[in-house]
Write a protein that binds this ligand. Structure first.
Ligand code: NAP
Length: 248
């Protein structure tokens, strides 16, 4: 069966590393991005130069109409998907809960939680035998923050990742008899641009001495875990949570 993957938020960071690895493993890949078209098109050109079949689609995964359009575009240009990586995630500048307003909290939840639900829904409609599909695999990118809570920094983000862990459990059980596996990767502190959007670009180097392995992780190390959970090598794993966090 042809392997076709959608990786949300894959113009940069962990998503870009995952799209690259999946393309190298023979998947047809849809790169999804929100606003950084330049980064998405650069990655697209890179993947195509290696002979991969790939497309790049702008869509805000927190918006239902965008998600529907994203998956329809994939149907038309690549075919029926077999793999979804729910990766598009955001955080906001570091602050205590007492200073957060509803707009900020809802923005985090809309992308990090509602977006994962909407993309999962569209994937299920294409993967489930109930809808004429032949199965597939979903990997949700959560965060070690779901265990640690991110006090003083972004408890809203950490709570959104707690929801991702629970989504993984529920969806895995709901789909277990329909040949759809749902697993979760929980990265620790990884060198990507996300820390700059929290207001601290150098955060990884500040906190790395608290990590048992004494270093931050790379997007490629997270991508390896995601690709394995999507693969046939993980054929009896569903509802699993794999920490990729240097021991923390
Ligand atoms: P990043 O470098 O900031 O990249 C974020 C990616 O998501 C970009 O491609 C961005 O697109 C896209 N994106 C953001 N909002 C979107 C939306 N509403 N719709 C579609 N795409 C959207 O982030 P990252 O560090 O790779 O994080 C990826 C995932 O890993 C997130 O779920 C994050 O919570 C999780 N994670 C990261 C770390 C870490 O230390 N880096 C640790 C634990 C978990 P544009 O380029 O268009 O902006």
């Amino acid at each position: 069966m042809k392997k076709i993957a959608v990786v949300t938020g894959s113009s940069r960071g962990i998503g870009a590393a995952t799209a690259s690895l999946l393309a190298a493993q023979g998947y047809d890949v849809c790169i999804n991005y929100h606003s950084n078209e330049t980064a998405a098109l650069e990655l697209l050109a890179q993947l195509k130069s290696t002979g991969a079949n790939a497309i790049a689609v702008q869509a805000d995964t927190s918006q239902e109409a965008d998600v529907v359009r994203l998956f329809r575009t994939v149907d038309e240009q690549l075919g029926r998907i077999t793999a979804l990586v729910n990766n598009a995630g955001i955080l906001a500048p570091q602050m205590r809960v007492e200073d957060m307003d509803a707009a900020r909290i809802n923005r985090i939840l809309a992308t990090n939680v509602t977006g994962y639900f909407l993309c999962s829904r569209e994937a299920i409609k294409r993967m489930s035998p109930r809808h004429g599909g032949q199965g597939g695999a979903i990997v949700n990118v959560s965060s070690a923050a779901s265990r640690l809570g991110s006090p003083g920094e972004y408890v809203d983000y950490a709570a959104s990742k707690g929801a991702v862990d629970t989504l993984t459990t529920g969806l895995a059980l709901e789909l277990a008899a329909e040949c759809i596996r749902v697993n979760c990767v929980r990265p620790g502190i990884i060198y990507t641009d996300i820390h700059a959007s929290g207001g601290e670009p150098g955060r990884v180097d500040r906190v790395k001495q608290n990590i048992p392995m004494q270093r931050g992780g790379t997007a490629e190390e997270v991508a390896q875990a995601i690709a394995w959970l999507l693969s046939e090598g993980a054929s009896y794993s569903t509802g699993a949570v794999l920490d990729v966090a240097g021991g923390r």
